[in-house]
Design a protein around this ligand. Structure first.
Ligand SMILES: [Zn+2]
Ligand SMILES: [Zn+2]
Length: 437
């Protein structure tokens, strides 16, 4: 059970409603999710106490989020806002908007996520805002990352981390570390991409006895991705052994997080694990094993409405066809990635599509198409500002160590080290004095 739900309970006023919500939570903890949902639905139907109604909606939101039923999650979040408005309570309203932001984040509606997060941050001075601000910043960071706005994503994650430290909120810190792992995977600093989920796993080990298993599985999953990128499978398994104390066999690393995911009906994580599994097989040139796993992953991604997840699957499939020299099929998959990326507003996927399409058209000597892809590729690089402000070379093209300044602009670590302390080359803010005008 997460602290969020514990808070819900602590604040319950009306006994009857409270008892029923608690009954649902007990069922939920024993993995009797369907029964828990029935109990909560009944409370929602019967209770006349707006506080109780708000709380039971909170339970329904968390449960549906964990199951990957994001459209239902959004529906309950909207109902929560209505209830909060009725009560004219800014604390409830802030919490409602956070849930609305999160629902939209899960549905890859990132512009909406950012705007609801801003609404939350603007309602400062409410009692709960200090506890929730960190979560708001995390959600905002995830949304910026979804839009490939890297500097703002990093800025939000850093704020979220600061709130986590100030409130001694280890669970939030763990979640931010996982997001930072994803951030550095995208920018291809694989050392940091591994460091952060390892840190998250450490937090789970040190503080997570009473936490949902989801946190362990999440850190495990992000470590698995980083190890795959680093092509360090034996290390991955050794680390797994220490963390999970399960007997190991080859290829079981993503299996373990998948087992946990399966146990708890965590469809979103299950889909990601299947995808990582498929990618590992593809990296080993075992396309026969990769494709069915891509397919299973795609089924779940589609079902839950994770469009970025779908784009990742199609990208993997495209690369698989490319390995098989099936260029037309590869192009077809890449087109789907491009459609999804445009729909969501994710520039990094577009960039990858143009880069791969360029390679294909070049080999086919299709000059017109090739030229178009080159132009689009360069546009993406420009828009994403994926270059180091010091040496002018690209960032995120290959595995390289990166470092951010206090303004959250990102450079090659080696360029910062060789130049010593100076103003940020991108925004001209002094790297040592954040308040410099
Ligand atoms: Zn550089
Ligand atoms: Zn800067």
């Amino acid at each position: 059970m997460n602290t969020f739900m514990k808070l819900l309970i602590a604040e319950m006023g009306q006994d009857q409603t409270k008892q029923q919500i608690e009954k649902g939570l007990r069922l939920y903890q024993c993995n009797k999710t369907d029964k828990a949902l029935q109990v909560w639905a009944k409370v929602l139907e019967k209770t006349s106490d707006p506080g109780g109604k708000f709380r039971v909606l909170g339970c329904l939101i968390t449960a549906h989020s964990e199951m990957g039923k994001y459209k239902e999650m959004l529906k309950y979040a909207l109902a929560q806002i209505d209830t909060a408005r009725e009560m004219e309570d800014p604390d409830y309203l802030t919490e409602g908007y956070l849930n609305l932001a999160r629902s939209n984040e899960k549905l890859c509606d990132f512009q909406k996520t950012i705007s609801y997060c801003k609404t939350c941050l603007n309602m400062q001075g409410t009692t709960v805002s200090l506890q929730l601000n960190g979560q708001v910043c995390l959600s905002m960071g995830n949304a910026f990352l979804g839009l490939s706005i890297f500097q703002k994503a990093l800025e939000s994650y850093e704020k979220a981390l600061r709130y986590a430290h100030n409130n001694d909120d280890k669970m939030l810190e763990c979640r931010v570390c996982c997001s930072l792992g994803n951030f550095y995977i995208q920018l291809k600093d694989y050392e940091k991409a591994l460091f952060f989920p390892c840190k998250a796993a450490e937090l789970v080990n040190d503080y997570g006895k009473g936490w949902s298993l989801k946190y362990r599985a999440m850190s495990q999953y992000h470590m698995a991705v980083a190890y795959r990128k680093l092509e360090r499978l034996p290390d991955a398994m050794e680390c797994c052994e220490v963390l999970l104390r399960f007997p190991q066999s080859e290829g079981c690393l993503p299996m373990e997080s998948m087992k946990i995911a399966l146990q708890h009906g965590d469809r979103p994580l299950q889909a990601l694990c299947l995808l990582n599994f498929a990618d590992i097989h593809r990296c080993r040139n075992d396309i026969e094993k990769a494709f069915p796993r891509y397919e299973s992953s795609m089924c779940i991604m589609t079902e839950i409405g994770n469009r970025l997840g779908q784009a990742s699957v199609y990208l993997g499939v495209g690369k698989g066809w490319l390995q098989q020299k099936e260029l037309d099929k590869a192009l077809e998959s890449l087109q789907r990635v491009q459609d999804l990326a445009e729909g969501v507003g994710n520039k990094l996927f577009s960039l990858k599509v143009h880069c791969l399409s360029e390679r294909i058209y070049r080999s086919q000597k299709r000059e017109d198409e090739l030229r178009e892809q080159v132009v689009k590729f360069l546009q993406c690089v420009e828009e994403l500002e994926l270059y180091c402000g010091m040496c002018g070379e690209s960032i995120g093209e290959k595995n390289q160590q990166l470092q951010a300044l206090p303004c959250s602009h990102i450079f090659h670590l080696k360029c910062l080290q060789s130049s010593g302390p100076r103003d940020c080359a991108k925004c001209r803010r002094a790297s040592l004095k954040p308040g410099f005008v």
